[in-house]
Design a protein around this ligand. Sequence first.
Ligand code: FDA
Length: 308
Amino acid sequence: MSVGRKLLLAAAKSDRLNHFATKSRVVRRATTAFMPGERPEDALDAGARIAEGGRHLIYTRLGEALTALADADAVRDHYLWFFDAVQERKLPAQVSVKPTQLGLDQSESACLEHCLALAAKAEQTGSALWLDMEDSSYVDRTLALYEQVKARHPLTGLALQAYLFRTPKDLERLRATKPVVRLVKGAYAEPATVAFPRKADTDAAYERLAGTMLAWAKAGECRAVFGTHDMPLVSRIVARAAELGLAKGRYEVHMLYGIREREQRKLRAEGHAVTTLISYGSAWYRWYMRRLAERPANVWFVVRSMFG
Ligand code: FDA
């Protein structure tokens, strides 16, 4: 892992920097490249414009690792409202949540209840719920949570991280559930005991896992979603799908708002199923630092927008 990436991921954990950044108007302005605004209405408006071009949407309200279980009730209530807002606006949108935002650290049973409530609401409103994958200490609990929610709400999806050594086994374990999987490379600072330290190894692992998911999608055993902005990798996935005779639309590419916008539109124009994940909310600091860490060159972009 590069020094720049390490420093940015360490800074993501700093409460002092969090406090400074979220209070600073200039830093807040710089975040607009990656999120249309803090308010849900900003996110809904931006999503409506994106959906006009034929892309689908996933929404997430930023925030993670609650300190009090009561805060999880408020997060659940927010998303219950948000599913109604999406339905009212007739947006082709789903919602992705972090289990720690719904109380995973405080009470696994309460977190499960919240996820079940959200997945049920998603079903009623013609949407679906996704579970993000957080750092490696949460993987066992998140898989168990996913299996329980998926058993009752089959459209529920889960993110799996290619950088973790354990992921091929986790994917295999989920196979019997006909999983809905968003494969990502992984965004957290992980020790070399659990994850590939070298990006090239993560990229190779991603491609192997993608091949498995495409084969399962072809057999009707998986909904395969590829969450990446790595365009050469996307091209190889598209080529592999074509070799397998898997039609466009039977697998999906998901990317983040503000990243590779031109390529997102191009893929859509070529007939691929493309979804844009839009984040909103005031607790953006940790998430934003991870976006900078993914591409340390973004720091210069931030500096420019602070002084420009
Ligand atoms: P890679 O890092 O190789 O980037 C490929 C290229 O994309 C770069 O060269 C650059 O051009 C561009 N790019 C990538 N990131 C950029 C950025 N921040 N700014 C500007 N350009 C950038 N992680 C996780 O641990 N748990 C999760 O649940 C999720 N969920 C999730 C959902 C979706 C829809 C996406 C797209 C990503 C996630 N992630 C995630 C994040 C993921 O793990 C990973 O950190 C990022 O997607 C960056 O990796 P890439 O696959 O894009 O490749």
